[in-house]
Design a protein around this ligand. Structure first.
Ligand SMILES: NC(=O)c1ccc[n+]([C@@H]2O[C@H](COP(=O)([O-])OP(=O)(O)OC[C@H]3O[C@@H](n4cnc5c(N)ncnc54)[C@H](O)[C@@H]3O)[C@@H](O)[C@H]2O)c1
Ligand SMILES: O=C(O)C[C@H](O)C(=O)O
Ligand SMILES: [Mg+2]
Length: 607
């Protein structure tokens, strides 16, 4: 399990993104079927003032641009300069105003020149991820009607029933590798945002391009608009989605079925990532499609892997062997798709890794939902939560529905993990109670998004629970200055560390389904990525600056798991036999070679 880590640590990890790609081959030509102004208005081909004079002649662009040719590097610097001056000019203004202004300037660049957009995104991922992805993406979804300028992706609505098979051919791209699909019913911790949830698939797919190097011509964000139950949106005259309540039951499923069939018929190998579906549909669709289509649910399965890596890191941070896991008391607050996904995967993996039976691990896991501690006394218990309900005789001093504070005070858990969507629920009292934890290094994961919905802030966690904690959050927080030169490290426990590698590894393997084994390989790869020294400092996940490298490793782990399970059919001209014969290191190199990188290609016109 730790072998991938050694390779990771000893090789490319510390090289910067720029160096990593400075050896990229001279770009091959790119065929374009348009000429003149049409090219300038197509962000995929547009190079703005970067078109060389010969290309301007060949493509009918002469006279349509100012005469001077500006290099890609100059364009890059000019954009970054305007971005930095926007940052300077908005200093001191409220967070929402600043981050939306930043989102707008990036979005405008995307709509004009995709090559430059993805290049600045990749090179500045640490600064830009919080803008194009969590947390700003939440604000973008909330303000979608006002921000809407140009459509991105596809919209399938309940009114399109019976038409989807032909509609899918309206998408101009010949090939699609990666689709992120939402129905907008549970957008981050913000609830039902209807059609406005399209921002999430767009943000996730931008991360696919930045982290996994999926070719942006082959991505497709999709909104399945089956109505909304958000009364405010239904009454908003500018709301852009269907103004009707959500479809339910068979009516709902028949729409999703039709969409999945349509995708499969046009692009049989496209991978569909389900994102931000409310719990009942998240579980139901996963069960319904996972054996038939190449799909996964990121909130259930991606999140689980990231949390598992965090839990394993926590045990390592305590200086304990992984077999000690069975002694860790874990309290999960939030019994939704994410919380239950985490418990299911953690119990399976931890019993396997620690050599204990599942029951022994499960005995130390406690689950709370909006009604408090889930016990066998619970009336109308959700069947998905039932396996984790505690027998009251096993939780001395606690009652059915006990609050987070009661549970923490009584159990003194090693790990407190929040996936409730409720901001501030780990309040001062709860955090102070974590000081009495039975662990010398208690872990607090406030994984709900966006920032306002985090169960606590990083600063509060270190202030109230003490400097010895290990801390993770779904949305980014700054590291905390603990005084005396000490730093409280913040880990971004976000599924962005896994979903890009799960998608890329599956794509390159050519597997037609995504199995538990492939997902477990992804999680274990992430868990083993950090060195003991880093873990000792409380650093559980790599810096987002290394996102392409960790994704290459995760992708390779997923691909190799597919090979082991005999599911790898190969991709393009690399067949299953070649994949089988690749060493671990060759697989990582192969995955890296297949990452798209933005550079201007010479354009060749073809009628
Ligand atoms: N960090 C990540 O990578 C990541 C991944 C997935 C989800 N999330 C976040 O997790 C949150 C939940 O997502 P989900 O898909 O599980 O949502 P969900 O709606 O399926 O589940 C929410 C759960 O929280 C419980 N809850 C509500 N109020 C509570 C309270 N006061 N006390 C205790 N429990 C309470 C609900 O009963 C429910 O069980 C969201 O904010 C989402 O952004 C983060
Ligand atoms: O979108 C994220 O940042 C993580 C996760 O998928 C979520 O739903 O919160
Ligand atoms: Mg999500």
């Amino acid at each position: 399990m730790w072998r991938v880590a050694r390779f990771a640590a000893s090789n490319l990890r510390r090289s910067s993104q720029r160096r990593l790609f400075s050896t990229a081959a001279i770009p091959g030509p790119c065929i374009v079927h348009k000429r003149g102004a049409d090219i300038l208005h197509d962000p995929w081909f547009n190079k703005d003032t970067g078109f060389p004079l010969t290309e301007r002649d060949r493509l009918g662009l002469r006279g349509l641009l100012p005469p001077r040719v500006i290099s890609f590097e100059q364009q890059y610097d000019r954009f970054m300069e305007s971005y930095r001056s926007l940052e300077k000019n908005t200093k001191g203004q409220p967070y929402g105003v600043v981050s939306l202004a930043k989102w707008r300037i990036l979005n405008r660049l995307h709509d004009r020149n995709e090559t430059l957009y993805y290049r600045v995104l990749i090179d500045n991922i640490k600064d830009f991820a919080p803008i194009i992805y969590t947390p700003t993406v939440g604000l973008v979804c909330q303000n979608y009607s006002g921000l809407f300028r140009r459509p991105r992706g596809m919209y399938f609505s309940a009114r399109d029933k019976g038409e989807m098979m032909s509609m899918i051919y309206n998408w101009p791209g010949q090939q699609v590798d990666m689709i992120v699909l939402t129905d907008g019913s549970r957008i981050l911790g913000l609830g039902d945002l209807g059609v406005q949830g399209i921002g999430i698939p767009i943000g996730k797919l931008d991360m696919y391009v930045a982290a996994a190097g999926i070719n942006p011509q082959r991505i497709l964000p999709v909104m399945l608009d089956i109505g909304t139950n958000n009364q405010k949106l239904l009454e908003d005259p500018l709301y852009l989605g269907l103004r009707q309540p959500r479809l339910e039951g068979e009516e709902y499923l028949s729409i999703v079925d039709e969409f999945m069939e349509a995708v499969h018929s046009r692009w049989p190998k496209a991978i569909v990532q389900f994102e931000d579906f409310q719990m009942k549909w998240a579980f139901e669709t996963l069960q319904r499609y996972r054996k038939r289509f190449c799909m996964f649910n990121d909130d259930i399965q991606g999140t689980a892997g990231v949390a598992l890596a965090g839990l394993l890191g926590t045990v390592r941070a305590q200086g304990q062997p992984l077999s000690d896991f069975v002694n860790q008391k874990i309290v999960v607050v939030g019994a939704g798709s994410a919380g239950l996904g985490v418990l299911n995967m953690a119990i399976q993996a931890l019993s396997r890794i620690s050599g204990n039976n599942e029951m022994a691990v499960k005995n130390h896991c406690y689950l709370l939902d909006k009604d408090g501690l889930v016990t066998k006394e619970r009336k109308n218990i959700d069947p998905a939560a039932a396996p984790f309900a505690k027998d009251l005789k096993d939780v001395e001093g606690l009652r059915e529905g006990a609050s987070v504070l009661e549970v923490v005070k009584t159990l003194k858990p090693h790990v407190l993990l929040g996936l409730s969507g409720v901001g501030g629920i780990f309040n001062e009292e709860v955090l102070k109670a974590m000081r009495e934890s039975d662990s010398p290094k208690p872990a607090i994961f406030a994984m709900s998004n966006p920032t306002m919905n985090a169960e606590c802030t990083a600063a509060d966690a270190f202030k109230h629970a003490g400097p010895n904690i290990v801390f993770g959050s779904g949305s980014p927080f700054e590291n905390v200055d603990l005084g005396n030169g000490k730093v409280g490290h913040v880990n971004q426990a976000n599924n962005m560390y896994l979903f890009p590698g799960i998608g890329l590894g599956t794509l390159l393997s050519g597997a037609r389904i995504i199995t538990d084994g492939m997902l477990q390989a992804a999680a274990e790869c992430l868990a083993s990525y950090m060195t003991d020294e880093e873990i000792q400092k409380g650093i559980l996940y790599p810096s987002i600056d290394c996102i392409r490298h960790i994704t290459a490793n995760v992708g390779a782990a997923v691909l190799r798991a597919a090979v082991v399970e005999d599911l790898a059919e190969g991709h393009c001209d690399v067949g299953p036999r070649e994949l089988k014969h690749m060493s671990e290191e060759e697989t990582v190199a192969y995955v890296m070679q297949n990452m798209w990188f933005p550079i201007y290609s010479p354009l060749v016109h073809e009628k």
